[in-house]
Write a protein that binds this ligand. Structure first.
Ligand SMILES: NC(=O)c1ccc[n+]([C@@H]2O[C@H](COP(=O)([O-])OP(=O)(O)OC[C@H]3O[C@@H](n4cnc5c(N)ncnc54)[C@H](OP(=O)(O)O)[C@@H]3O)[C@@H](O)[C@H]2O)c1
Length: 306
C-alpha cells in the first residue's frame, strides 16, 4: 500500500511517500481501507514540535482521523463486518495517511448512509473535542453566554453549532472574511479580531472556549463573570489570573468517544450539525496539506484521498 511515513521528528519536509505491506488487524482491531484521512494542526505539531513528548515512536504513519471501509476484523471484534462504512477519531497517530489502516474497533463508529465519506472524515476530532470542552468540561447551560475564540476554525465552527443547539447565546471571534459563515452556523455576535477588541464587546461571559492562546487567552479573563469558566485547547491557563478574577480555568484534551461520536453522526445526518471541507489533496501531496494547515486561516477541513 502507499503511505506517508515519518522517520524522524522535526520537519514536514522529511516525510516520505512509501510503498509498505498492508498491516494486519490483531485482537480487537479492524483493518480499514481508508477513504479520506483528515489533516489536523495536531499532526503538524507532533511532527515538528512535540512528537516525543506525547509518546509517538518513529517510524510512524501520521493521521488520527479518518473515514473508511472495513476490510477485515481481528479476533473478538463484535458489531463490525467487512464492507461497513465507518469513521473515527483515533486520539493519536493511528496511521491514517495511508491506503489501509489498522484501528481499535472501539475508536470508530458506523457512518450513516446519508453522511458522505468526506463529512465523516472531517467531523470526529472537531466535534468530539468541542463537545467535551463546552458541554462536559465547560458545563454550558441553556441561556448562558459563551465566547468562542477561533470560531472560523474546525473546532470553533463546531463549538458554535453545539453551543447554539444547547441554547446558549454565542459570541464568536474570527477574521472578517468568515463573518457570514459563522453567523450562518448560529453565532449571535461576530467579532472580527483583526479590527475589533473583543474585551469591549463581550461582557459577563459564563464560558470562554480558547482555541487561540497567548494574549487572546490572557485578555479573556477580563470578560468572564465572577465564577465563570475558561476552557483552553491550546495552552494551560494561568492559575494566578484565574484566582485574581475568581473564575475557573483549565486546559483539556479531546480524544476518542464512540458513544458521543454515534450521536454526532446522527446530528450530522439530521442536518443539526454541518461541516465544511475546504480542500481534498491526493495522498502524495500530504506535505502540501500540512504546510497549508500550518499557515492557519482555514475555511474548512483539509482531507487526504489515498
Ligand atoms: N486540546 C485538544 O485536544 C485539541 C484538539 C484539537 C485541536 N486542538 C488545537 O486547537 C487549535 C484549533 O484547532 P482547529 O483544528 O480548529 O484549527 P484551524 O481549523 O486551523 O482554526 C484555527 C482558527 O483560529 C482563528 N484565529 C487565529 N488567530 C485568531 C485570533 N487571534 N482570534 C480569533 N481567532 C483566531 C483562524 O481564523 P481566521 O482564519 O478567521 O483568522 C483559524 O480559522 C489548534 O491549535 C489545535 O492544535 C487541540
Amino acid at each position: 500500500m502507499k503511505a506517508i511515513v515519518l522517520e524522524q521528528f522535526g520537519s514536514i519536509d522529511d516525510l516520505q511517500f512509501k510503498e509498505l505491506p498492508v498491516p494486519q488487524p490483531q485482537a480487537g482491531e479492524l483493518l480499514l481501507k481508508v477513504v479520506f484521512a483528515a489533516v489536523n494542526p495536531y499532526d503538524r505539531k507532533v511532527i515538528e514540535v512535540y512528537g516525543k513528548e506525547v509518546g509517538v515512536q518513529v517510524p510512524v504513519i501520521p493521521g488520527s482521523e479518518l473515514s473508511g471501509i472495513v476490510e477485515a476484523t481481528g479476533e473478538g471484534v463484535a458489531g463490525f463486518a467487512p464492507g461497513d462504512a465507518v469513521c473515527g477519531n483515533l486520539g493519536t497517530f493511528g496511521g491514517c495517511y495511508a491506503q489501509y489502516a489498522v484501528v481499535k474497533a472501539t475508536d470508530v463508529v458506523k457512518k450513516p448512509e446519508t453522511v458522505s465519506f468526506e463529512a465523516a472524515a472531517a467531523i470526529p476530532v472537531a466535534a468530539l473535542t468541542a463537545s467535551k470542552a463546552i458541554l462536559d468540561e465547560g458545563g454550558l447551560q441553556a441561556g448562558e453566554k459563551i465566547l468562542i475564540h477561533g470560531a472560523s476554525g474546525a473546532i470553533g465552527a463546531m463549538a458554535v453549532q453545539l453551543a447554539k443547539a444547547a441554547g446558549a447565546y454565542v459570541f464568536a471571534t474570527g477574521s472578517g472574511k468568515n463573518e457570514q459563515r459563522i453567523k450562518d452556523l448560529g453565532a449571535d455576535v461576530f467579532i472580527d479580531y483583526t479590527t475589533q477588541d473583543f474585551t469591549t464587546l463581550a461582557k459577563e461571559i459564563d464560558l470562554v472556549l480558547d482555541t487561540v492562546g497567548g494574549k487572546t487567552q490572557e485578555d479573556s479573563f477580563t470578560v468572564l463573570k465572577q465564577g465563570g469558566r475558561l476552557i483552553s485547547l491550546v495552552q494551560p491557563p494561568s492559575e494566578e489570573k484565574a484566582a485574581q478574577h475568581q473564575v475557573h480555568a483549565k486546559m483539556i484534551f479531546g480524544g476518542p468517544n464512540a458513544a458521543r461520536l454515534t450521536q454526532i453522526m446522527q446530528q450530522l445526518a439530521d442536518g443539526i450539525l454541518n461541516v465544511t471541507v475546504e480542500k481534498v489533496y491526493v495522498l502524495s501531496d500530504a506535505k502540501e496539506a500540512l504546510r497549508a494547515i500550518k499557515t492557519g486561516h482555514r475555511t474548512g477541513k483539509l482531507l487526504l484521498n489515498p
